[in-house]
Every structure is written in structure tokens, then in C-alpha cells.
Design a protein around this ligand. Sequence first.
Ligand code: CTP
Length: 397
Amino acid sequence: MTERRVLLIVGGGVAAYKALELTRLFRKAGVGVRPILTDAGARFVTPLSLSALAEDKVHQDLFGLTDEAHMGHIELSRSADLVVVAPATADLMAKAANGLAGDLASTTLLATDKPVLMAPAMNVRMWLHPATRRNAARLEADGVAMIGPDEGAMACGEFGPGRMAEPDAIFAAAMAMLAPRPRPLAGKHVLVTAGPTAEPIDPVRMITNRSSGKQGYAIAEAAAALGARVTLVTGPTALRTPPGVSRVDVETALQMLTACREALPVDAAVCVAAVADWRPEEAFETKLKKTGEGPPTLRLVENPDILATLAANSPLRPKLVVGFAAETNDLEANARAKLAKKGCDWVVANDVSAEGIMGGDENEVVLVYPQGTDRWPRVSKAEVARRLAARIAEDLA
Ligand code: CTP
């Protein structure tokens, strides 16, 4: 078996000393560590101690000629199975989120084709600053996995989120990412729609619904975990992008349809989004005012059915199209009717009248397909997602 290898980028922060312990944990587990130390990082730990623990050369300089002769930065960025950034400073996160490449660490992050795990560490105000919030969200949307930061007393004397996760937690997360997994969906492209849509009435008002997006995000995550390339087209939600998933944010049903079309071709499409059936015929450009003549009349027009559009016969029709049905009664019969009406291959129906399903973390579903029906017990939405992803893998195999 070849040795698994981590490229460990150590940024500048008090937490950099924990990178030494992290290195020791990796080496003890037989994982190779190739360290990159930023200039700021070298103010907190010495290249000598990092190199001694890693039992490897420490790379520091983008323009180090000997490094380029032996190993260019592109090769370096791909020489490991996983890139771990610990501590991930606000500066490193900002550079990576914006694709800057002015030094070895940021160039490596831009050039790598390997999964990336970041362990942020910074002052609590820096972590909560809108710029860092934006950068973290963008990195997660790009598929970067994050661990921490933890909350607690900080070296700067403040209290709150910002402390780097402990080395053993970073180690465990990294090992989970390194573990060889069955990847039956490798080479397949899966499209998932999720969340509600928001249909504007005027600049401040809209028609939307209570969909949390949880089930759709869980399905995107489960498909990615099985090796699929996943495009998640999502309406507004409060959820984090699952690791390894490409996320496209939309608001309206029309935007969702366009984004889905742009994602084609795909091998499977799973439509979980709670798309608004109707939208206001026109969205007013300025805020509707009370005129004293009573309430305005809103004319609604029907939105396109994204599921039915994707399932329609066309050269780009995915091999498998899956719809969801939220029903309150006659679950199976309604789901079977929906299967026929929408032209899709499977309908996953859930009984939304049951306590704790809408917006909750559990789901109880039946899977309806032309040849039969499967009833699944009440399990977590994550487990429904894993079962569905496994079924999709079987079907596409
Ligand atoms: N769907 C869609 N585009 C729409 C409406 C629904 O893609 N404009 C998809 C949902 O993502 C989901 C399924 O269709 O997969 C849900 O259908 P539903 O909204 O329940 O169907 P309706 O035809 O509205 O059925 P009903 O009015 O009986 O609830």
C-alpha cells in the first residue's frame, strides 16, 4: 500500500504551535506530511521543528529555485492526497476565497486538485467580520471542508469563536477524508434542486414557502460522498454547502430552471426543491404603497415545472429523473399519479402531515417507481439521502 500523504499548510497565528502536534499525530498514524510554512507562520514555529516532526523538507518560498528544480508548485500541490490548512488565518482564507496566488501557500491552494480541509483560527472579531463570513461561505461553496473554529478564551484575551480546533479533532476529520471509500458514483454527474424559491412581488415582498432545504442538501452530500460530481441548484436557505458539492444559488423558479438547464448533461437529476407553483405576473420595480383604495390585486401566473421539463423526452434527458412529493394523504396513490404526470422515473413521497417532518431532521418516505413501491422506516434525512444515493448508484451502474 502506498503511504497516504497530507500537504500541511501552516499559516501565521498563535495556533501554529498546534500544527506541530497535528504533524506528530499524522506521522504516528503512518501518514506522510509535506509541510508548507508561510512567512507569518515562520514567526510562530520554526522550519526546523516542523521539518523534524514531519521528517520532510519544509517548503516556504514560491520562487525557491531548488524547489522549482526538484518539484514545481503545481506538482507540490498535487503531491498529496489531502491539503490541510492549520491554522487557516483570515488572510489565507481571503486569498483562497478570491483565488489569489502571490505566495507558495495560496498558489498551492489555487493549483491543487485535491480535497482541502481548513481549520480556521483568528481573533473572534476577525472571524465574525462580514468579510470573513463571505470568504468562509465562498470557500465552502467551492467545496472546501471546514473544521472549527472552537469557541473559548483566546490568546488575545477575548472570548468567542476563533480558536483553532484541537489537533486530535483536525486529525480525525483529515483521516475521515483520507479513508478510501466506495465510490460507485465516480464519473457520474448528479443534479439536485433544493430549498424554496422566492418569487418577488416588489423589491421588499415575495412569495415563498417553508422548505428548509435539508433533505436536498443531504442528498447532494450523499451523492458527493459516493464520488459523484454534484451540482446543487438551491433557493435561499440557511444551510452550509456540503463538502465537495458545486452550489448554484438562485431565487426564482425561472432562475432555477435556467441553472438546471445550464448544468446539463447530467446522469441523474433529483428534484427536491419546493418550487413555487405560481409567481406574480409582474414584479413591481418600486415598493407597492397603500393608496387608500384598498389592497392591490396580484395576478399570478404558473411557473414552469422543472421536474417535468427535465423528465421530458429530449437528447439531454438524464438517465434517471427523481421527483419528490410532499403529501398529506393517500401517499402512495398520489405519488403514483405524480410519477405519471411528471414523467419521471421515481417519486420519493413523504407524509408532511406527520409530526416533525417539515423543517425537521427526520423523514419517513416511500419510493414509488413503475414496477413497485419501497417503504422506508422513519430515519434521519441524512440516512434517507444515503439510501437514495446508494439506489441511484445501483440504477446508474
Ligand atoms: N417541482 C418542480 N417544479 C415545479 C413544481 C414542482 O420541479 N414548478 C418538483 C419538485 O421539486 C418535486 C415535485 O415536483 O420534485 C413536487 O411536485 P408538487 O409540487 O407536489 O407537484 P404538484 O404538481 O404541485 O402537485 P400538487 O399540486 O398535487 O401538490
